[in-house]
Ligand binder design. Structure first.
Ligand code: ATP
Ligand code: MG
Length: 774
């Protein structure tokens, strides 16, 4: 037996040694599921499977890198580099680059991050003259996201009376139109949002059998980690790709399904056996991660859930210390307790900062922890907050880069056309937007052609616009020959961005310049790193894709020694010797937003199970007696989840029956006295009810039948060179069918007056308008 196989127990070895066929490994936390995937890949390679034929989907790109590293050690050569391994989004973004033209996209399409998408939706809501308090852009965004993840295209939406009615009932009758406009604008901008990366992959595999066959043949072996949290769109991709060879291995734990709120579907794991032939089911039972106390306590929690697969999890590890529970007065005190506990543990047990994690339910809780850690001078790192790449100055540079790669990228253009200020005001941009929408073209193209278009813009502004476009074009030319670093460096300087910050002169301005330098360093490293890879060149497009998909978890090289702060959702799959779970209070955890149904409460409980099972040696649970929530200081009650753990696993630092508030005077984090009489006594109102428009299971089942997406909006023929005559019938992507009433001008300036069904009479520049002759 190869020696690495001895690093597995019998139960783990079985799925590793089953080379072919469909298999599912269902097992509790810390039982070695991820290890099975890693060793299975190494085993396949040792049996002669070409790494190019293996596709492995992970929860973070960091996990993928670590797996690759381990595999490289086992197989002992550089072949592991050729594995396709990463998150769904990064893998399929890469695939879409090769195939983009089939869907009418340029291969250098932009990836819109959440912020870009939300800005665009916000702009559309404004342009449509809708009330932004009714049509809240974030809500609209997540509604559109849920359509996409259920593969409900714009066309499918308009064919579904139930969805239309649900939106009308929730006072958003124009949701469908917003969706339609959003999809068109993204397409026109040559941009895909995060959900598109999955939706368009489905569209591609569904509409182009030859493409499907190509990738089916390529990915003969498919492996998926954290299968319990795949959404419908991801499920269909995996199903389609594995359909031919059926060599598929998925691992997961139904008790760790925590992304239902984002469309993850636990049924994917429950139905796996029906989806493939001769499915082998494996179970792992031994936990290697945690102490016996932690394993038993976690078991006692998940036992309370009614919906679950019965599983055994045990460990041969020592009992270890009990789980410490502590009650603090305020979140400031909670922070101080956690910081000093970390400090003491680190000293006493000779540990590193990286051995500690602080986990919380919501990002806002990090502030109190940060304050306390800073005071104690304990280095920390926050994951999932505003990441480096979302900082303003970084997004400004990146927007220039995005724009030079893809001039149609509207969100990038709007961000930088007047930054640094060059006298192009918002009225001008509005005018350009209106004309761009009329023609179904991008703002950049409108500026390029402004001399022939009927724009009410004075010659001074026209000059400024022309200068801007010329500058971007000069960067494009540079990009043809220079590497990504040189281009980015030139952009930072020539656009005036750096000068602008230098002028500012404040410490913040200086910090921003340093950030830009850091970005440039990062690009240099990236270019160097990419050169080593077989299928990469170190181009700007590759860099931008990497950035768009990187979470800051991915950037963590583990080089610097810091305490990790993150939400429990982000902690999935990770492990730390010491874990502090803070804010263990009713209405916070379980969240007030998720206590309305048993299903929601059970998901919160699974979340707690995930949190606790991250700990290897010791876990701490803390809660406060009062906390600022919704702007008010409110009394807090300990979370029911604490009481759900069998008492024998807990070690209370306070008397157990002492839940009532005792001291009348205490001090807050600033040492000021807190006057208890100011505390609100009543409990806060539970959060807003769930949205009434959530489709029923029945509706979703109907919708989930894969439908081909709407044809690409810009796929109509351009009339360039088409000789239109008065009386001809034409079709326009926005205004629909129409009749040509009049023609004027010649050559490049030729314009037609057309009476459209949906838009009335419009005069359009023919060279520019996307018209189809009927
Ligand atoms: P989760 O459900 O949290 O994702 P998991 O089932 O994927 O957990 P792993 O992360 O693969 O579990 O393993 C948990 C820990 O136990 C890791 O540190 C791993 O290296 C270790 N481990 C797993 N199997 C063995 C084994 N047979 N011998 C020694 N250590 C093991
Ligand atoms: Mg795992």
């Amino acid at each position: 037996m190869e020696s690495y196989l001895a690093e597995l127990n019998d139960a783990q070895r079985a799925p590793v040694l089953q080379k072919d066929g469909a298999m599912i490994v269902i097992a509790g936390a810390g039982s070695g599921k991820t290890r099975v995937l890693t060793y299975r890949i190494a085993y396949l390679m040792s049996k002669g499977v070409d790494p190019f034929n293996i596709l492995s989907l992970t929860f973070t790109n960091k996990a993928a890198r670590e797996m690759k590293k381990r595999i490289a050690q086992i197989v002992g050569n550089s072949e592991a580099k050729n594995l396709w391994m990463g998150t769904f989004h990064s893998i399929f973004a890469k695939m879409l680059r090769f195939e983009a033209d089939k869907l009418g996209y340029p291969s250098n399409f932009t990836i819109y991050d959440t912020q870009d998408s939300q800005r665009l939706i916000s702009a559309i809501i404004k342009e449509m003259g809708l009330d932004k308090d009714v049509y809240k852009y974030k809500q609209v965004y997540s509604r559109i996201s849920s359509f996409k993840n259920s593969l409900i295209t714009v066309k499918a939406y308009f064919q579904n009376p139930e969805l239309i009615e649900a939106d009308a009932m929730s006072k958003k009758p124009r949701m469908g139109e917003i969706y339609k406009n959003y999809v068109e604008r993204c397409f026109k901008a040559g941009a895909m949002d995060f959900d598109d990366l999955l939706l368009k992959t489905n569209e591609l595999l569904n509409r182009f059998p030859d493409v499907l066959h190509k990738y089916q043949n390529r990915f003969r072996y498919i492996l998926v980690d954290e299968y319990q949290d795949t959404n419908h769109s991801q499920y269909l991709i995996v199903k389609a790709l594995s359909d031919k060879f059926q060599n598929i291995c998925v691992v997961g734990d139904d008790a760790q399904s925590i992304y239902a709120f984002r469309g993850a579907n636990i049924n994917n794991i429950l139905n796996f056996q029906k989806d493939y032939e001769n499915v082998q089911m494996y179970r792992l039972e031994q936990n290697y991660r945690s102490t016996n106390n932690i394993v038993q306590a976690a078991n006692s929690i998940i036992d309370k859930n009614k919906t679950k697969l019965e599983k055994v999890v045990w460990t041969a590890n020592d009992d270890g210390p009990k789980i410490v529970v502590n009650r603090l007065l305020t979140d400031g005190e909670e922070g101080r307790f956690v910081a000093s506990s970390i400090f003491e543990n680190r000293m006493q047990n000779q540990l590193n900062n990286g051995d500690f994690a602080i986990l919380y339910r919501t990002n806002a809780q990090s502030r109190a922890m940060e304050d306390a850690l800073r005071k104690r001078e304990i280095p920390y790192r926050i994951y999932g907050g505003l990441s480096f790449y979302q900082r303003k100055e970084i997004k400004d540079v990146l927007s220039y880069l995005r724009l030079l790669v893809n001039p149609n990228d509207e969100e990038a253009l709007k961000r930088v056309i007047n930054y640094p200020a060059r006298g192009i005001g918002s009225t001008t941009i509005d005018k350009l937007t209106i004309v761009a929408n009329q023609y179904g073209r991008s703002i950049f193209e409108v500026i390029e052609n402004m001399d022939q278009l009927d724009l009410k813009i004075n010659s001074g502004t026209r000059n400024k616009l022309a200068n801007f476009v010329n500058m971007i074009k000069s960067f494009r030319i540079l990009n043809e020959n220079a590497d990504a670093f040189t281009v980015a460096d030139t952009v930072a300087k020539k656009t005036g961005l750096v000068q602008e910050l230098k002028k500012d002169g404040t410490p913040e301005g200086i910090a921003r310049i340093e950030n830009i330098e850091e970005l440039l360093n990062g690009i240099r490293d990236f270019v160097e790193g990419q050169k080593e890879l077989a299928d990469a060149t170190g181009s700007l497009t590759e860099f931008l894709e990497d950035v768009a998909l990187a979470t800051d978890m991915d950037k963590d090289t583990g080089d610097d020694d810091r305490v990790a702060l993150m939400t429990i959702h982000l902690a999935k799959g990770l492990e730390f010797p010491y874990v502090y779970i803070v804010g263990m209070e009713e209405d916070l955890f379980p969240s007030a937003m998720s206590m309305n149904t048993r299903t929601e409460l059970e998901e919160e409980r699974r979340l707690f199970y995930v949190a606790l099972t991250r700990a290897e040696k010791q876990a701490y649970l803390t809660y406060t007696q009062s906390r600022y929530r919704w702007g008010k200081l409110v009394d807090a009650e300990p979370s029911r989840f604490i009481e759900e753990i069998e008492a024998k696993f807990l070690d209370y630092m306070i008397p157990q029956d002492d839940y009532k508030y005792k001291p009348l005077i205490d001090t807050d984090i600033f040492g000021d006295e807190i006057d208890k009489s100011k505390f609100r006594q009543s409990k806060p109102k539970a959060g807003t009810p769930p949205p009434a428009h959530k489709p029923s299971e029945e509706q979703l089942r109907k919708l989930r039948k894969l439908r081909p997406a709407t044809p690409a909006p810009g796929a109509t023929q351009n009339t360039d060179g088409v000789k239109l005559n008065v009386g001809d019938r034409v079709e326009h992507i926005r205004f629909g069918k129409g009749a040509v009433l009049n023609i004027e001008g010649v050559g490049q300036d030729k314009k037609a007056e057309i009476d459209f069904e949906n838009g009335g009479i419009k005069k359009l520049l023919l060279r520019f308008a996307k018209l189809k002759l009927l």
